[in-house]
Design a protein around this ligand. Structure first.
Ligand SMILES: [Zn+2]
Length: 452
């Protein structure tokens, strides 16, 4: 889905865009950077020594240099910079990528910690590019992490501190609308209108709880999308379209008659989500917990000492302490994908839900009448608390995966959006009516506050 040309390395390269690294011998380094990057799958130019005869560059830096400017010293000291640069491969972390370049784990940690206020490396992905500049002692001088033309993060040394910054180019954002009728599938229809697969993907995500776009789309289905188009302004004054931004409003109307609309609403500063016209969140909520429990005996963590094996392992689920025999409920509607013994988890049930989610329930004492493939409703009893498998006492080990990857169930509950609250209803109604009007100016439908 993310196969746009914008992600090809060659287009991200221009030396000018790396100009913020105004360092001695930057020229030789960037030449190597470009040479190296012409190969596909790129990884190159690690640990480039800087020529000793390098003259200090008259700083063309667009932002202040960390070091004080030397006032015409007769013999300026030579600044040595060691560059490591490259691109994250599929499935690779920044730590692994830098390790390939012999950068120590301690430095990687220093980078990640310093950048945390502006960027969390857990969201790093293949194709992201980085460039590290170190001095002779191996200290970090500058670091740049680039996710796209409009998303860059930098670190710059200021004395003992590394200062993190998000570099945002001047983006012009305009609202635009696409609407169409599907003849084959949603991707083709949106693409035919000149937009990328990314927009289709975002659209499908909004309605993922209501419509299965891979199966239930029919020719004649209609879609409307109101979204932001982002343009990158370059210094010459011209601008270039760099891609779709946020979807502001969306509607999907099936030929069979069912229709779904959603609008984006910021319920808190910088935090928003998608809501139906009646103010309910498009995401369907799972139960807060799959049982009535006494306490959480172990929460989701990526590192803890296992009570039985004594090894430090991640605990990628929640342990709910409860009396043996306590009924366990399905957290949401779904289909049973597993019922049986599963190693250390003992008697286990797995349920597949919409939107790529799967919930697991372990250490059960017994099952009700339940078979694989059977569909279950939210809060239906799917087992009883026990201590089967590797367990110190009766508890439920509950975990949640999305597209095969562990997610923190407690965070998921927080993320599953609550409906628009009472005091925000008026504000929501105003935003909603404006967006729906812009989405489809010809719509006869009039949305009133009564819908709330
Ligand atoms: Zn557990």
């Amino acid at each position: 889905m993310r196969n746009q040309t914008a992600r090809k390395p060659a287009r991200m390269l221009g030396t000018a865009s790396w100009g913020s690294l105004a360092l001695a011998a930057a020229l030789s380094a960037s030449a190597a950077w470009q040479a190296g990057s012409e190969r596909e799958g790129f990884s190159s130019a690690s640990l480039l020594p800087v020529p000793q005869q390098a003259v200090p560059v008259a700083s063309p830096a667009p932002r202040p240099r960390p070091e004080p400017v030397r006032a015409a010293a007769p013999a300026p000291p030579v600044e040595v910079r060691i560059f490591s640069e490259g691109e994250l491969r599929r499935g690779e972390t920044l730590a692994l990528a830098l390790d390939r370049q012999d950068v120590s784990a301690q430095l990687v940690n220093e980078i990640a910690t310093a950048l945390r206020p502006v960027f969390d490396f857990r969201y790093a992905r293949a194709g992201d590019r980085y460039r590290l500049a170190q001095d002779e002692q191996g200290r970090i001088v500058e670091f740049e992490y680039r996710r796209s033309e409009w998303e860059r993060y930098t670190l710059a040394r200021q004395g003992d501190a590394l200062v993190a910054e998000r570099i945002e180019p001047e983006l012009q954002i305009e609202q635009a609308r696409v609407a169409g009728m599907i003849s084959t599938n949603l991707y083709d229809a949106v693409e035919a209108l000149g937009e990328s697969g990314e927009l289709t993907h975002d659209f499908a995500e909004i309605f993922a709880w209501d419509v299965d776009f891979s199966r239930s789309v029919r020719p004649g289905d209609e879609f409307h999308i109101l979204y932001e188009r982002r343009y990158l302004k370059n210094p010459q004054g011209s601008r270039r379209y760099v891609g779709a931004g946020r979807i502001l409003a969306a509607r999907y109307a099936s030929v069979l008659g069912d229709e779904h609309s959603a609008v984006y609403f910021e319920h808190a500063k910088g935090r928003g989500g998608y809501y139906r016209a009646d103010g309910s969140a498009v995401e369907r909520q799972f139960l807060q917990a799959p049982l009535t429990y006494r306490r959480i005996s172990s929460s989701y963590t990526t590192s803890r000492v296992h009570p039985i094996t004594g090894r430090r392992t991640p605990h990628l689920g929640i342990d709910y302490a409860a009396a043996s025999g306590t009924p366990v409920w399905a957290v949401g509607n779904g289909r049973v994908t597993f019922r049986g013994w599963l190693g250390g988890l003992g008697r286990t049930v797995k349920i597949r839900h919409e939107n790529g989610y799967e919930s697991w329930y372990g250490h059960l004492s017994r099952f009700p009448k339940l078979s694989v493939g059977q569909s279950v409703r939210q809060k239906q009893v799917i087992g009883y608390v026990g201590s089967s498998g590797l367990s110190t006492g009766p508890h439920l080990h509950f975990l949640l995966k999305k597209n095969g990857r562990h997610v923190n169930p407690s965070r998921m509950h927080a993320a599953a959006a609550a409906p628009i609250s009472g005091q925000q209803k008026q504000q929501f109604a105003t935003v909603r009516d404006g967006l729906l009007q812009a989405l489809d100016p010809n719509a006869l439908r009039i949305v009133t506050n009564e819908a709330l």
